[in-house]
Each structure stands twice: as structure tokens, then as C-alpha cells.
Design a protein around this ligand. Structure first.
Ligand SMILES: CSCCC(=O)C(=O)COP(=O)(O)O
Ligand SMILES: [Mg+2]
Length: 220
């Protein structure tokens, strides 16, 4: 294995942090953020991708459905940027994650993230993590612009963009359907089955309880 591609929610980071901190933060800040920044080019460009007249209503409907749609994920990233910079947010990483990532990097492994969260949201979470700035450890931050996470073509797109042989990429996720799609594209897979997140083993992918388990698998 030469490359490790990791999911965030349920893999590096507690599901509870995403659903009880990040998402509520964005939901409560949304209306004020649009009032302050809606005319700015960066935000207006995202809003142009939101269908219908009532952008706020559409965004709130997507939030309620946890829709993994690119314009919502982009806007959440812009809102979280304000929160991280204000010190109101800190990126959660499970205790086993920072040391393992540094170890893998020191071994010469290439590291990247693939999440439905936008590239901006990914960078912010690891830059402002509880373990400090881990952004330099990663070569890539792939999001739904590469495709949806349950589609095999997305992983082929990522391997091509990363310049990596799919068979030498290990994809880490908690979601079996994402791992299925990655396997279909020729990637190696490992399901993170973190008891703290209540993840259920799929029984069709190799499993790890944490990143220390993954290190053991990488060393095998
Ligand atoms: C980068 S932290 C925010 C994660 C996020 O917005 C999200 O929707 C997570 O979805 P995933 O498909 O990566 O579990
Ligand atoms: Mg996940």
C-alpha cells in the first residue's frame, strides 16, 4: 500500500461532532451569514447553484435531509470557516488518529481525505483540530466534486487525480456502501467499526476498531 484515503465522519472524527456541533452551528448561523455575505462573489456563486426562488428554504430542506449536495456542503464550509476563525469550533479527531497519521506519513505513505464535506470544510477541520494543525500531512482533499461517495467512478476519479494505482490505495470509511464502491474501483478497503460511533460491522470488508488497528494492517 502506498496511499491512504480516509473518510472523516465516523472514521477520523466522531459522528456526534458532525451532527451535534458542525451541522447545528451551520443551521443556526445560516440566515445571518446569508444576510451579511449573500452578495459577495464567493457566496453568490454557491447560491446560484441552489434551485428555486427561496434559497433559504431550499438550503434548510437540504440540511434537514442531510443531503450531500455540493452547494450545501460548500456553504456549510464557508460558515464553519467563520466559526473556526472565531475560535467557536475545534475539529474533533479520535485520540488514535493524529499519531497514526504522523506515523503513516513518516513511513512515506501518501495521505488524502475523501468526504462529502467540502474541501474547505475538510481543511478547516484538520487545520483547527484539537491536536493542532494536521493539514500539512495531507496531499489531497477530495469532495463531491469528484462524485458521490457511493459511486465507483468517484474513486477512479480520485485515483487518477492523485496519480495513484487504485490497487495501492487503502480507503478507510465507516460506511459499507462507500467501501463497496471503492472496492468496485479497485481500491483496498477497511471499515472503521468504532464502538463510540455505534458502527455495525458490514462483514464484507476488513475491519479496524481504530487507526492503531489500521497501522497493524498496513504493517502486515
Ligand atoms: C469535513 S467535516 C463535515 C462533514 C460533512 O459535512 C458531511 O456531510 C460528512 O459526510 P460524509 O459523507 O463524509 O460522511
Ligand atoms: Mg463516514
Amino acid at each position: 500500500m502506498t496511499h491512504v484515503l480516509t473518510d472523516i465522519e465516523g472514521t477520523t472524527t466522531a459522528i456526534a461532532f458532525v451532527h451535534r456541533s458542525l451541522f447545528p452551528y451551520a443551521a443556526s448561523a445560516l440566515e445571518g451569514f446569508l444576510a451579511r455575505h449573500g452578495e459577495e462573489a464567493e457566496v453568490a456563486a454557491v447560491l446560484a447553484e441552489v434551485p428555486g426562488e427561496d434559497k433559504l428554504a431550499q438550503l434548510r430542506a437540504w440540511m434537514a435531509a442531510d443531503a450531500k449536495v455540493t452547494p450545501l456542503k460548500a456553504l456549510q464550509g464557508l460558515i464553519w470557516r467563520e466559526g473556526y476563525k472565531a475560535g467557536e469550533l475545534k475539529g474533533h479527531l479520535w485520540p488514535d488518529v493524529p499519531g497514526a497519521l504522523r506515523d503513516w506519513k513518516e513511513r512515506g505513505l501518501h495521505l488524502a481525505i475523501y468526504s462529502s464535506g467540502s474541501e474547505e470544510a475538510q481543511r478547516l477541520l484538520v487545520r483547527h483540530s484539537e491536536a493542532g494543525d494536521l493539514e500539512p500531512l495531507f496531499e489531497g482533499f477530495f469532495d463531491t466534486r469528484m462524485g458521490m461517495k457511493r459511486e465507483a467512478a468517484s474513486y477512479a476519479n480520485i485515483a487518477r487525480a492523485w496519480g495513484a494505482d487504485p490497487a495501492r490505495i487503502l480507503f478507510l470509511s465507516d460506511i459499507a456502501e462507500e467501501l463497496d464502491a471503492a472496492r468496485q474501483a479497485g481500491l483496498a478497503t477497511c471499515q472503521l467499526v468504532r464502538p463510540e460511533d455505534g458502527t455495525k460491522p458490514s462483514g464484507r470488508h476488513p475491519e479496524a476498531a481504530d487507526f492503531l488497528d489500521v497501522t497493524t494492517r498496513l504493517s502486515a
